[in-house]
Design a protein around this ligand. Structure first.
Ligand code: 2AM
Ligand code: CA
Length: 299
């Protein structure tokens, strides 16, 4: 029941090679209580239908455009952090459609920042989570969208178009993959676990990075995966394809939808200290049997 959420303010700084997103936390700890009842149930039903339809249309654009990518479509946010013209185009498509259906809602997108500060509703969009996989013609990327009401996530979806996997959850139900209910795994030992992690920290050139944790944790596991999309990693924990996931230096738009889906599927999400300050203090997710064992490695 205890979850966390985040709310922040984005601005862009110009750099020689493009632009750099900077995320400033306005609230270090917000309440995300899964027992919260959405007062707008009818809106919620309509929202999840609209959201799942929209995200599939956005994913179809990604899938079509991935094969057509040209070198001129690629830009750099910094030396290692890529963006393609498709990221922006897909985000524009999503925003245009939200604006038509819910003109009063606020929107926060990875590529365009935040528009609006007046609504109780906030849409958080990552048009392509896993841009490097997308650019390198690999299938492990996703569109990730969450809807928040009064600082609590009320529904979320992650769509991996090349895998044809649509994950979603809303406040009043469980979590689903392609229409069927999903639940986290029941694995209860690290040695029987397959987990995923990532290295956003290296692209951000962070001094404190994931390599020591990786070296420490991987020998304790059955195996490790590195898909390159935190949203997919979290959804794979949600459906039991993975038993756990950890990463650092992620941004809220990478994880807000996936974290909600994991929790709706019975899983745990926390920071490296077992607290609620994720993703700024790292993110760890696992089934309830494994979360404490995994967290031991961050002490
Ligand atoms: P992106 O593809 O939307 O950038 C994979 O390790 C995860 O890290 C993905 O969710 C990816 O999201 C994110 N990521 C990649 N580069 C990053 C960076 N420089 N800073 C923070 N997150 C990054
Ligand atoms: Ca992205």
């Amino acid at each position: 029941m205890c979850e966390s959420s985040y709310c922040g303010k984005f601005h862009t700084d110009k750099t020689d090679s493009g632009f750099l997103w900077i995320f400033t936390f306005e609230k270090k700890k917000l309440i995300w209580d899964s027992s919260y009842i959405n007062p707008h149930i009818e809106i919620g039903v309509r929202l999840i239908e609209f959201l799942t339809d929209l995200i599939q249309r956005a994913g179809t654009i990604c899938k079509t455009e991935q094969n057509r990518l040209l070198p001129s479509d690629v830009g750099f946010k910094n030396r290692k952090d890529l963006v393609t013209t498709i990221d922006k185009r897909v985000e524009d498509f999503i925003i245009e459609n939200i604006r038509i259906k819910y003109p009063g809602h606020d929107i926060l997108g990875e590529e365009t920042g935040r528009s609006g500060f007046s609504s109780d509703y906030l849409w958080i969009i990552d048009p392509i989570d896993g841009t490097t996989s997308f650019l390198h013609q690999q299938p492990f990327y996703s569109v990730s969208i969450a809807v928040r009401h009064e600082d609590r996530t009320i529904c979320a979806a992650v769509f991996a178009p090349r895998l044809d996997e649509l994950f979603y959850a809303d406040q009043d139900g469980g979590a689903f993959l392609n229409g069927g209910p999903i639940h986290v795994s029941t694995t209860d030992t690290l040695i029987n676990s397959v987990m995923a992690t990532g290295f956003a920290c290296l692209r951000a050139d962070a001094e404190h990075n994931n390599l020591p944790y990786f070296t420490k944790i991987v020998p304790q596991l059955r195996d490790i995966r590195r898909f390159g999309s935190a949203a997919i990693d979290l959804c794979y924990v949600a459906c039991g394809k993975l038993d756990g996931f950890w990463e650092m230096n992620l941004n809220p738009y990478d994880i807000v939808a996936g974290a909600f889906i994991v929790e709706k599927a019975g899983g745990k999400v926390c920071d490296f200290n077992g607290d609620h300050y994720f993703p700024e203090k790292g993110i760890v997710s696992a089934n309830p049997n494994l979360i404490e064992q995994l967290l031991e490695n961050f002490k």
